[in-house]
Design a protein around this ligand. Structure first.
Ligand code: LLP
Length: 419
């Protein structure tokens, strides 16, 4: 690992946070989140895909910035409400529930709070219509193709469970009519890590769908471009040109407005783009060992904290802050965690292939910084190996604030006791 690489934070600041709050630790930078929001202001609305990072304090920050929110479970709806987001509304609703099915408890919650539903299946529309006539809906359409940074993040095409298949739009519209639902908008999200080639295809497909909606005699107010904007995880990777991105969608919106005959509201629904780069995972080096030809550095964070490398073979930059202040020369290193599982390795490729990386020589007590972990880090954590969820800290204007305390083992055990 290179020695410490620049982040929003300084090395001594991170060392101090690790000392104050312990490791492993998630740390987020509020200023960078605000900057990323500002880069997407061309859209009429930004709707944060909170699955990427659902801490209520970050949701509050989003709301203060005028960012709306997407929820994909009852838990995420309750998080949004706890952070101050309001239910109700039409195409401009603060909260939208997006899913491919709606369980019974969530159905009650969206009805109670009048939260518009972005439906990814016709059954969902039927169940909603039967229980809540007049309810506002978006239709999430699978256009027949998709794209993702990994097969597991591709959300379009016939191998994806997501969205209403594009050839069934007419049937979905018929259900909207017979169930007396209120059509608010059309939505498409074909995956995470979308490139411009696919984007043009998506925009074209969206205009076609608007034509079908019009031809079927329906009206709508809004279009959602979905999320999926990538970030440069590797050194040298380009950054999304957000003006170009907006330009392509804006052109599609204008074409769609021509079809429908009035102005259409255009929103975007990113998760990763807003929060990935704002976050780091801090872990302490607890053991170093040579295993045959491989040098292993073992840290106190595992895939129960950061799942992305094990799940997708995802790459995260890593750097090291030497406890003794002396930077050591780089050497091929496998970085692994404490879990009782061979796949608990942060330097790996798809399929669990262990890939040593050139990293600075580490010693016990050094601090490992895993970069760009603000999205799909904390929110994908688990209690595997009975490890409590770790703390989260938000740094704003130089001030560090605990935004989630560390869970305790006693809290885990309490779920099983006194039954
Ligand atoms: N909208 C919908 C309907 C989605 O399904 C998703 C992501 C997003 C927006 C936000 O996508 P983003 O802008 O964050 O790429 N755990 C994976 C990513 C799974 C994404 C699932 N859906 C990862 O760590 O890369």
């Amino acid at each position: 690992m290179p020695n410490f690489q620049p982040t929003a934070f300084g090395a001594s600041q991170l060392q101090q946070l690790a000392q104050q709050f312990g490791t492993p630790l998630w740390v987020y930078d509020a200023a960078l989140i605000r900057q990323r929001i500002a880069e997407l202001r061309g859209f009429d609305a930004i709707r944060f895909a909170q699955k990427s990072c659902s801490n209520t304090h970050l949701l509050r920050l989003m709301r203060e910035q005028g960012v709306r929110v997407d929820a994909v479970s009852r838990g995420e709806i309750l998080r949004a409400l706890a952070a101050g987001y309001q239910g109700g509304g039409g195409a401009d609703a603060e909260i939208v529930f997006t899913a491919d099915l709606i369980d019974r408890a969530t159905l009650q919650t969206v009805i109670e709070h009048r939260i518009p539903v972005n439906a990814g299946s016709i059954d969902m529309l039927r169940q909603l219509g039967a229980a809540s006539p007049g309810h506002g809906v978006w239709l999430r359409i699978n256009p027949g193709f998709g794209h993702g940074h990994s097969n597991k993040t591709n959300t379009g095409g016939e191998h994806s469970k997501h969205g209403i298949w594009h050839e069934q739009l007419a049937e979905a519209l018929a259900v909207v009519r017979t169930q007396d639902l209120t059509l608010l908008g059309l939505h498409m999200h074909i995956g995470s890590g979308v490139d411009y080639g696919h984007l043009q295809q998506v925009c074209g497909a969206m205009v076609e769908l608007v034509r079908e909606v019009r031809a079927a005699g329906h009206d709508l107010q809004a279009l959602s471009a979905g999320g999926g904007l990538s970030i440069p995880y590797r050194d040298g990777e380009g950054r999304v040109d957000t003006a170009h991105y907006f330009g392509l969608w804006d052109a599609a919106r204008r074409e769609a407005e021509g079809v429908i005959g009035h102005a259409l509201h255009l929103e975007i629904e990113p998760g990763r783009y807003l929060v990935a780069e704002s976050g780091v995972l801090l872990a302490e080096v607890r053991a170093c060992k040579d295993v045959g030809r491989n040098h292993f550095v073992l840290v106190d964070a595992g895939f129960n904290e950061l799942m992305r490398p094990s799940m997708y073979g995802a790459y995260h930059r890593m750097s090291l802050i030497a406890a003794d202040g002396v930077d050591k020369p780089a050497r091929p290193t496998v970085v692994a965690g404490p879990l009782c599982e061979s796949g608990d390795v942060f330097t790996q490729g798809d399929g669990g292939v262990v890939l040593p990386r050139d990293l600075a020589g580490a010693q016990v007590g050094d601090l490992l910084v895993i970069h760009d972990t603000g999205a799909y880090g904390a929110s994908m954590s688990s209690n595997y190996n009975s490890r409590p969820l770790i703390a989260e800290v938000l740094v704003d204007d130089g001030q560090a604030r605990l935004i989630r305390r560390r869970q305790t083992v006693e809290e885990l055990l309490a779920l099983e006791q006194g039954l």
